[in-house]
Design a protein around this ligand. Structure first.
Ligand code: B3K
Ligand code: ZN
Length: 885
């Protein structure tokens, strides 16, 4: 049965912990089904707590309690109380330290929620963030209780030859009955969400890193035996991340050992446990023939992200879970910059903004909108959102923009110096930035408490006689649930001006004696006018360069002006953006034509713009390939009053085909010039060649031309790397290619032993827009390789269908919705976190036509009335249905 009344937790109710834990000694006698946990805690009353409560309340869930001992004496049953989620020990000492020993057992094999201690392909592993430690033993499971951990693992030598936990290995030994033990000690205080243990039959690759101060660090990556040949890229990524954090932030690694373990069953990407990261295999394993270029890039990004958490998350952690963006926003910003430095800054920025605008903006405009520092939650796992992570990173990026790289570094140095070893708040982060730079960020702080995507409306007025340009910017923010009234934000708006010949015009603000190619406008009022002087001719405005703030921009632009910016803007982001706006406007017109039954014609401005891009020489081929990309169907839908998935799809396909027809020879020549027989090395030149070639192939694939079909098939058959093989298969599977089924079958046969490649095979079919996809998805649910207990599989089939296939998921008869609800209900009991993530595809129901609204709403209602609904699913489904006023 559902928690009768799921409780809402509020930020305003925060109080300091009543007790402190000085150290904990954990002892695990490992067994797949019956692990014995003994925890010895040294505690004392927290002098900073004013609570009159004299009992000690430790949190715990699903634990079989064997006994409690206080200062050497076993407690009788009436000296403590065990509830569904806590152990309450009465009359603990108030004046001095005391020692509490708890014994309990847990069943990792039965743990399909993958939180706490669980089994994945025979390996025992843990996931404790946010509140999984309480599923291992009773504890003060909250991030502001930091303590030192000593962990002893005992187990069968054959069953669990490798025994890992946080920190340094300090002792080990043999025991009778073929058992052994290892003791780990973590010298750094940490909250229990950073605890980890791993035990099993694992292989390891090892390397070393010398820090900037000359310390030698052992690096180890543990995987299942058959994956040992896919760890090199992850290891190299780790070393790159370690060096980068030293160079850019002056941060050095602190323990003598850094371990990464890859597991097949994992609810998210990875986890930054101190000294012992646990990763989804997806973000570790790569070989050129099994992983695509973007897999390689994501692996480096996620390895970096978890590594960077060692300072932004572990050494300095969050006071409470409302502060999650303190560590996540900052760490995402750090990993974005790392990837930008390692690959192409222009490309990385565009990829990040694209994701933010399609997915986070939708979240911020929907029923689950929340500020980057939420003020209430039912289930904290539901708040690991795009808002907390990606918008959180944008907020940190704005601080960086406002302070400049040097000022930001001064601020981060002060942050690390002031708060090392503490659990702090978002406000503490901003205070450090302020103090180091002598700047007032009071108004800027509203970004932390205000939800919703601000809208900037820009008007321009050029006065030829005065030679001035007046730019008036109005900011507004639509209401979000629980926040009807919005206040003005402090928004940095980076901009430049272009002369008619494409050269930069100087920006000289009225009253300022400085003139430069680019300025950062400080927008603080609801409406503000900025006047630029000395402009002999009317310039073209390039505004919000680099996407300097996470806002929507409304500005009247002609197609010609956009085409001009696409050719001339020196800002790589805005140049791409102009192309997107141009394509977006033209496709919007075509969508209206489809809706009104008019014949479709592509605007020659678009063909010319594409031709120009295609005919220019480009150094950064990855960036070039982005310029050829069209706005996604999801993004186009976001721009509409009522999303019309069919019209969007028809218009998008039409444009692709029209461009392919008009520019066939250019696409073909570019394909040929860049199609090299390459093994798939992760280097910028080869990646760029593959990217540009494969986008050309995707256009050519629309031509239903026998030569192109052969080309795709040939690339599929001869590819030496997964990027090329997948790209060819995608073209084959998304067009009426005669060999479609044969290729899909042979791909499966070739890769059936490689779980991550089979995930791609599922996802590709689930996101296909060809007819019959729904039936394929249903059939794939019965495929022997499908497993509802494996989150990667669920994401690749159910997730890809519901989140990346708008056309079929939103089929007018509602079968997609019903299918998704069936899976959510089944997942609800197995894995509430994954179930709740899947509800996301239904939350935007108000964006569709009346008939679809009713169908989606009915499924949400069905989900919510399921017996035994988890609080994870309940929170998302009920908030999705809640009235929006
Ligand atoms: N901190 C973890 C996420 C934990 C999610 C808990 N539901 C990974 C990361 O952001 O690095
Ligand atoms: Zn993180």
């Amino acid at each position: 049965m559902r928690d009768a009344n799921p409780q809402t937790i509020y930020l305003k109710d925060y109080t300091v912990p009543e007790y402190l834990i000085h150290n904990v000694a954990l002892n695990f006698i490992l067994d797949d089904e019956d692990t014995l946990v003994r925890s010895r805690l040294t505690l004392s009353r927290n002098p900073a707590s004013y609570s009159p409560n004299k009992s000690l309340i430790l949190l715990g869930e699903n634990l079989k309690l064997l006994g409690v001992n206080l200062d050497g004496k076993d407690l009788a049953k009436d000296q403590y109380l065990q509830t569904q989620d806590a152990l309450i020990v009465n009359n603990v000492p108030q004046q001095q330290r005391f020692e509490l020993t708890i014994e309990n057992t847990i069943n990792p094999k039965a743990n399909t929620a993958l939180e706490g201690l669980y089994l994945s392909n025979g390996m025992l592993c843990t996931q404790c963030e946010a509140e999984g430690f309480r599923k291992i033993t009773y504890f003060l499971d909250r991030p502001d209780v930091m303590t030192s951990f000593t962990t002893t693992l005992v187990g069968d030598k054959d069953r669990y030859p490798v025994l890992l936990s946080n920190g340094n290995k300090v002792a080990q030994g043999e025991l009778p009955n073929n058992r052994h033990w290892v003791t780990w000690e973590d010298p750094f205080n940490k909250p229990c969400y950073l605890f980890a243990l791993v035990a099993g039959q694992l292989e390891c690759i090892a390397d070393r890193f010398t820090t900037q101060s000359g310390r030698e660090i052992d690096l180890q990556i543990f995987v299942e035996k058959h994956d040992i040949d896919k760890c090199d890229h992850a290891m190299q990524s780790l070393k790159n991340a370690m060096r980068w954090d030293e160079q850019v932030y002056g941060r050095e690694y602190d323990l003598d050992l850094y371990m990464i373990v890859a597991v097949s069953h994992f609810n998210m990407g990875a986890m930054e446990n101190k000294g012992l990261n646990v990763f989804n295999t997806k973000f570790v394993l790569a070989r050129p023939d099994t992983a695509t270029d973007s897999d390689y890039e994501h692996i480096e990004g996620v390895i970096g992200h978890e590594y960077f958490h060692n300072w932004t998350g572990n050494r300095i952690t969050c006071r409470d879970w409302f502060q999650l963006s303190l560590k996540e926003g900052f760490t995402v910003f750090r990993d974005q910059e790392f990837t930008g430095d390692r690959t192409s800054r222009a490309v990385k920025r565009i990829e990040d903004v694209n994701m933010l605008r399609t997915r986070q903006f939708a979240e911020d405009a929907g029923p689950l909108a929340h500020p980057i520092r939420p003020d209430a939650y039912i289930e904290i796992n539901n708040f690991y959102t795009l808002t907390v992570y990606e918008k959180g990173a944008e907020v940190v990026r704005m601080v960086h923009t406002l302070l400049g790289a040097e000022g930001f570094r001064k601020g981060s140095d002060l942050y690390f110096e002031r708060y090392d070893g503490q659990a702090v708040t978002c406000d503490d982060f901003v205070s450090a930035m302020e103090a180091a730079n002598d700047i007032d960020l009071r108004q800027f702080r509203r970004w932390y408490s205000q939800a919703g995507t601000p809208v900037l409306t820009v008007r321009q007025h050029y006065d030829a006689s005065a030679q001035t340009l007046a730019l008036t910017i109005k900011q507004s923010c639509p209401p979000t649930p629980g926040q009807a009234v919005k206040e003005s934000l402090h928004i940095p708006v980076t901009m430049g001006l272009l002369n008619k010949d494409g050269s930069a015009a100087l920006c000289k603000l009225e009253g300022s004696d400085r003139a430069s190619d680019e300025v950062i406008l400080q927008l603080t009022q609801s409406e503000q006018t900025f006047v630029f002087e000395g402009l002999a001719e009317q310039p073209v405005v390039s505004i919000l360069r680099g996407f300097s703030a996470p806002v929507k921009l409304v500005m009247d632009r002609s197609l010609d002006e956009l085409a001009f910016l696409l050719s001339h803007d020196s800002d790589t982001f805005n140049r791409w953006e102009a192309g997107q706006q141009l394509a977006g406007q033209i496709i919007a017109g075509l969508i209206a034509d489809v809706q009104n039954g008019r014949e479709l014609h592509v605007n020659p401005v678009m063909v010319d713009a594409f031709r120009q891009v295609l005919e220019q020489p480009w150094d950064d081929l990855s960036y070039f390939s982005l310029l050829l990309g069209l706005p996604s169907e999801t993004y186009l839908g976001d721009q509409m009053e009522v999303v019309d998935v069919e019209a969007i799809h028809t218009a998008s396909e039409f444009v692709m085909r029209a461009l392919a027809e008009e520019l066939e020879s250019q696409f073909f020549a570019l394909y040929q010039a860049n199609h090299k027989d390459e093994s798939g090395k992760f280097d910028a030149g080869a990646i760029g060649r593959r990217r540009i070639k494969n986008i050309c192939l995707s256009y050519l694939g629309k031509l239903e031309n026998i030569n192109v079909q052969r080309l795709a098939q040939q690339q599929f058959n001869t590819a030496k790397n997964m990027t090329d093989q997948m790209a060819a298969l995608a073209v084959i599977a998304n067009n009426p290619h005669p060999a479609k089924q044969r290729c899909l079958d042979s791909f499966y046969r070739q890769w059936q032993e490689e779980a991550l490649v089979i995930d791609k095979w599922f996802a590709l079919q689930a996101s296909s827009h060809m007819p019959g996809t729904f039936e394929t998805v249903k059939a794939l649910m019965q495929h022997p390789a499908f497993d509802l207990k494996n989150p990667n599989r669920v994401r690749s089939l159910v997730g890809a269908f519901s989140q990346s296939n708008p056309l079929h998921f939103h089929a007018a008869n509602g079968q997609g919705y019903q299918f998704l609800a069936d899976q959510i209900i089944a997942l609800n009991t197995l894995n509430p976190q994954i179930a709740s993530r899947m509800v996301g595809a239904l939350t935007s129901w108000r964006r569709y036509d009346e008939s679809r609204q009713a169908l989606m709403k009915a499924q949400l209602e069905r989900i919510i009335s399921t017996e035994a609904i988890s609080k994870d699913v309940y929170e998302v489904a009920s908030k999705s249905l809640a009235r929006q006023d």
